[in-house]
Structure formats: structure tokens, C-alpha cells
Design a protein around this ligand. Structure first.
Ligand SMILES: Nc1ncnc2c1ncn2[C@@H]1O[C@H](COP(=O)(O)OP(=O)(O)OP(=O)(O)O)[C@@H](O)[C@H]1O
Ligand SMILES: [Mg+2]
Length: 273
């Protein structure tokens, strides 16, 4: 039986797709059979970040509507044989997804995979609710700003009231906080919320802290999930996050502005990648 993990947020553009791609890739690199599903019907971003957009023939909606089998729509990742992608449709409207259709697909994938990662669309509307409905665990992606934290709180409300686990009165969805685009310089300047405040407001377990990083844009332009860039700060932070998801105890990094040594203070430079 696969573990179903939804990557969600209330606010848009916080880094869900970046995180879903990196975490799914990381789980696969660690030997887990993993599939990542794009629930963002109409936008279709995940295949770009995974670098497989030219291979998309059939998508999630085709499978739900019986126009293609699951195996026709699944795309095998170029770099990891443990990883598959189920893309979203760019053309259909969001109503093309049905609860029964999603349930059938997740049921079939569950037999074959260890992890199913669901990349949710933004908001708290139907698409986002479908993406989280069957989840066992949720990664709530949050940026260090008030609007993002507030919208994450709304999603936490949905997770505990509108999921199948909630409806069936089962053990609740395990919630994890992933803070992304964290810039300790701007936190120190008071422009952004600091990590402790975010953790206190949302009061869920912190699974990772991803710094604001140029490596993310560079990787997504190349269609390579940033976790493959193991020299970059963001790549390392996602690798730590995957380790924690797999139950390992890994210390938190990238929370503070790195202390500069004497030489770098005298001669300047020494910026992070
Ligand atoms: N750690 C980071 N550092 C710098 N830029 C980042 C980081 N994470 C994400 N971004 C950038 O933020 C933008 C939004 O990221 P992404 O598409 O992953 O967000 P999303 O939550 O999936 O958006 P949507 O709600 O539209 O689906 C992208 O341009 C991405 O490159
Ligand atoms: Mg997205």
C-alpha cells in the first residue's frame, strides 16, 4: 500500500510544484517507487519542472474519462527508474476531475508504488480539496509572510474536516510544515516572519526549511528538479526534508545568516549559491 502525500498550500506561487518535484525525486533516489501526480488541471506545470513536457501524450483527465489506461499516461522519469509522473491536462476545465475517478486511480497506483505525491493547485476550492481528500499525510508549503501563513491555516482546517480520514473518523492526516523561500537576511531586517513565529502560529511539525535560492530558478529552467543539484543550498535542504519524511532525525540548516570568517569579512564576497 502506498503512502499518499499531498503537497498543498492556500496561497498560490509558494513553491508547491517545486517541492513536489524535488521531494518525489528525492524519495525515488532513496529507493522508493514513487509517482507524482499533477492535480493542477488547466495549468500543467509539473511536467515542465520535471523536464518531461514533450513526452506528455495522455493525462490524468484522459485516464479518468476512460480515454487512456493508467500505464499509457504514466511517464517514466529520465533520471530515476523508480520515479513516474502523471501529468495534468492543459486544456480541460477543472470540473473534469471527479472524486470517483481520482479514487480509482489512487487505488491502482497504490498497488504498485510506495509513495504517491499529489501536487495540489492553489486555493481552497474543489481542485485543492480533491488533491487532499485521500491523503495520508500533507506537506503544507508556506512562505515567511503573513498572507501565506494565514492561508496555510485555512488549509489545515480543510485537512482536518474535509478529508476522507476526517469523514470516516479515522486517524487524522499527518500534517507537516515546509517553509520555503526563506531568506534569513530579510527575516533579520524584519521584512519577513521568522521561523519560530511561523511554527508557533501553525503549530504543526516542521519537516523542512528551504532557503530562497537562485538554484531553484536555474533548475526549473533546465527541467531538472533542484534536489539533483546537490551542491546547492535548496537541493541540500530538500534532501534533508526527504530524510525527515523517511523518519530520520536531521538537524535544521539554512535558518540563520551564515557567519562570515575574517578573510571574507576583510575581502568581501563569499555569497551563497
Ligand atoms: N526556494 C526557492 N527559491 C527561489 N525561488 C523559488 C523557491 N521555491 C519556488 N520558487 C519560485 O517560485 C515560483 C513559484 O513556484 P511553484 O510553481 O513551485 O509554486 P506553486 O505553489 O506550485 O504555484 P501555484 O500555486 O501556481 O501552483 C517559481 O518561479 C519558482 O521558481
Ligand atoms: Mg504549482
Amino acid at each position: 500500500m502506498a503512502k499518499i502525500i499531498v503537497v498543498t498550500s492556500g496561497k498560490g506561487g509558494v513553491g508547491k510544484t517545486t517541492s513536489a518535484a524535488a521531494i518525489a525525486t528525492g524519495l525515488a533516489l532513496r529507493g522508493n517507487k514513487t509517482v507524482v501526480i499533477d492535480f493542477d488541471v488547466g495549468l500543467r506545470n509539473l511536467d515542465l519542472i520535471m523536464g518531461c513536457e514533450r513526452r506528455v501524450v495522455y493525462d490524468l483527465v484522459n485516464v479518468i474519462q476512460g480515454e487512456a489506461g493508467l500505464n499509457q499516461a504514466l511517464i517514466r522519469d529520465k533520471r530515476s527508474e523508480n520515479l513516474h509522473i502523471l501529468p495534468a491536462s492543459q486544456t480541460r476545465d477543472k470540473d473534469a476531475l471527479t472524486l470517483e475517478g481520482v479514487e480509482t486511480i489512487l487505488g491502482s497506483l497504490s498497488e504498485e508504488f510506495d509513495y504517491i505525491i499529489c501536487d495540489s493547485p492553489a486555493g481552497i476550492e474543489r481542485g485543492a480539496q480533491l488533491a487532499l481528500y485521500f491523503a495520508d499525510e500533507a506537506i503544507v508549503v508556506t512562505n515567511p509572510e503573513v498572507s501565506s501563513v494565514r492561508d496555510s491555516d485555512r488549509i489545515l482546517g480543510l485537512l482536518s474536516s474535509k478529508s476522507r480520514r476526517a469523514e470516516q473518523n479515522r486517524e487524522p492526516i499527518k500534517e507537516h510544515l515546509l517553509v520555503t523561500r526563506y531568506n534569513p537576511n530579510r527575516v533579520d531586517d524584519g521584512d519577513m516572519l521568522n521561523l519560530d513565529d511561523i511554527c508557533e502560529i501553525l503549530a504543526i511539525n516542521l519537516i523542512g526549511l528551504i532557503p530562497e535560492s537562485e538554484a531553484v530558478l536555474r533548475s526549473s529552467n533546465q527541467g531538472v528538479p533542484v534536489i539533483h543539484d546537490d551542491k546547492s543550498d535548496a537541493g541540500q535542504a530538500y534532501a534533508d526534508t526527504v530524510s525527515r519524511l523517511m523518519g530520520e532525525d536531521v538537524p535544521l540548516r539554512f535558518q540563520h545568516v551564515p557567519k562570515r570568517g575574517l578573510i571574507s569579512r576583510m575581502f568581501g564576497g563569499g555569497g551563497r549559491r
